[in-house]
Design a protein around this ligand. Structure first.
Ligand code: UDP
Length: 472
């Protein structure tokens, strides 16, 4: 099969936010580096959150990928204090439609296809107007994709809130979903973001095909259902393409990085990396328990810390103290001193891919964002699943129950504060015990199967060639 498509130009629309731009740029780099496709990324930006400076650190294929930051859109007149994230994202894309169209019109060469991420489905008619191919890129699992396209049916079939259902939600041919694991927009059917999500589910099948960041060996059953299950096919009568695992390459933290030198001094597979993605935050109460849990576990750790949100019990915990060492005020007094020999606190942001690929790292306590999950699995690192929002609860269940590369607390961390003893137990089991070793072996197998699927002749590689052949 021909793998070079140097005649093609693809435009990819990224919804706002670093968490959405990263997978789009990763896809763009893949198209450029492995298939010689020219790619223009159109990034929707907002006046409220200007393009993040971290973009500067993002690796971009120099010759073939261009990122255009669209003029910021203003949605302040459309939102209130209670407007949820998904609604905001969809509104931003909707408001950006004229500038997206102008940016495409201004291109020296009209693209042969428009790819949009799943928040950008409102832009699909632009591709129809231009008479070019249109694809939706879901930078997540086949399972999440199946739920999204099937949600309009659940909307008709199920009465009341999904979270109140006594039985798991059934998607034809796929693993059922526990009501408590549904994606964020399905938590409240009266909120506008639920309507946006249902609309998204209806619009995705209007494209020419769906790409998602997974691979055949990781989700064989769901991928087969999306291709062959008659009920699902009656809804998604377009091709589906697993094209993953796509993830960022290692971005060196710099030769003098203290963090990497510290990791270099730790034994193999001994360090627990703790991070909650680009925006995940915990309550003060939960931060306190996590700090104590890590300390009690006596395991080595790197923890990306952010100031907490205010939780239920915060008044009891917010006896903000003057710290005698460099412990942040929201962590237990003296934490940094007591854990000095085993742990590192990194404020706000860390070179995650580089950390996860370091041989000293043996586990990842993660919010289970899909990019973080793939960065972990493709480095053979098992996880403590700590989902917070979006589709992370589904990801956590998938990793624990289906893939076998994660452990998790008994109760969802969004429902109840996870206590220090449980955190201690989870950290020990992942790093020290046989259970952790078994999961590490499984993660290493997946790392290899992921590499195979991306290699020449691999399933994801072939999927991508098939899409490009259709476009070309
Ligand atoms: N990330 C990082 N350093 C951090 C936090 C996050 O490099 O300190 C990157 C991480 O490697 C991943 C992305 O940000 O590529 C987070 O995406 P994910 O889908 O995991 O979660 P989200 O942030 O969208 O919730």
């Amino acid at each position: 099969m021909d793998s070079s498509f140097s005649n093609l130009h693809v435009a990819i629309l990224s919804s706002p936010g670093m968490g959405h731009l990263i997978p789009v740029v990763v896809l763009a780099n893949r198209l450029a580096a492995h298939h010689n496709v020219r790619v223009t990324v159109l990034q929707v930006t907002t006046a409220v959150a200007p393009p993040e400076s971290k973009l500067l650190n993002l690796h971009v294929h120099k010759e073939l990928v261009q990122i255009i930051q669209l003029p910021p859109v203003d949605i302040s007149h459309l939102v209130g204090p209670s407007t949820q994230v998904v609604t905001q994202l969809c509104l931003m894309v909707r408001e950006a439609l004229p500038v997206i169209r102008s940016a495409i019109d201004a291109m020296d060469r009209r693209p042969d296809a428009l790819f949009v991420d799943h928040f950008g489905t409102d832009a699909l008619p632009i591709a129809a107007e231009l008479n070019i191919a249109k694809y939706v890129y879901v930078p997540s699992t086949a399972w999440f994709t199946a739920l999204t396209v099937y949600c309009p049916v659940l909307d008709q079939e199920i009465e009341g809130e999904y979270v109140d259902q006594l039985e798991d939600l059934r998607i034809p041919g796929c693993k059922p979903i526990r009501p408590e694991d549904v994606v964020e927009p399905m938590l409240d059917r009266n909120d506008q973001q639920y309507d946006e999500y249902v609309r998204m589910g209806k619009q995705i099948p209007l494209s020419d095909g769906i790409l998602f960041n997974s691979w055949e060996d990781l989700e064989p059953k769901t991928i087969q259902a999306l291709r062959e299950n008659q009920t699902l096919r009656s809804i998604v009568n377009i091709p589906v393409y697993p094209i993953g695992p796509l993830r960022r390459p290692i971005e060196p933290a710099g030769p003098t990085s203290e963090l990497i030198s510290w990791l270099d001094r730790q034994p193999n597979e001994s360090v627990l990396f703790v991070s909650f993605g680009s925006g995940g935050m915990l309550s003060t109460e939960q931060m306190t328990e996590l700090a104590w849990g890590l300390e009690l576990s006596c395991q080595r750790f790197i923890w990306v810390v952010r100031p907490p949100t205010r939780g239920r019990m915060d008044d009891a915990y917010l006896s903000i103290h003057n710290t005698s060492d460099d412990t942040p005020t929201y962590l237990p007094e003296g934490f940094s001193t007591r854990t000095r020999d085993v742990g590192l606190l990194v404020p706000t942001w860390a070179p995650q891919v580089e950390i996860l690929s370091h041989p000293a790292v043996g586990g990842f306590l993660s919010h289970c964002g899909w990019s973080s999950t793939l960065e972990s699995i493709t480095n053979g690192v098992p996880m403590i699943a700590w989902p917070l929002y979006a589709e992370q609860r589904m990801n956590a269940t998938f990793l624990v129950e289906e893939v076998g590369v994660a452990v998790r607390p008994g109760v969802l961390p969004t429902k109840q504060v996870v206590g220090r003893e449980e955190i201690e137990r989870l950290a020990r089991s992942l790093i020290e015990h046989k259970e952790g070793q078994r999961m590490r072996e499984k993660a290493k197998q997946l790392k290899l199967s992921g590499m195979d699927s991306l290699g020449h002749g691999g399933s994801s590689y072939k999927s991508m060639c098939e899409i490009l052949s259709k476009i070309g």
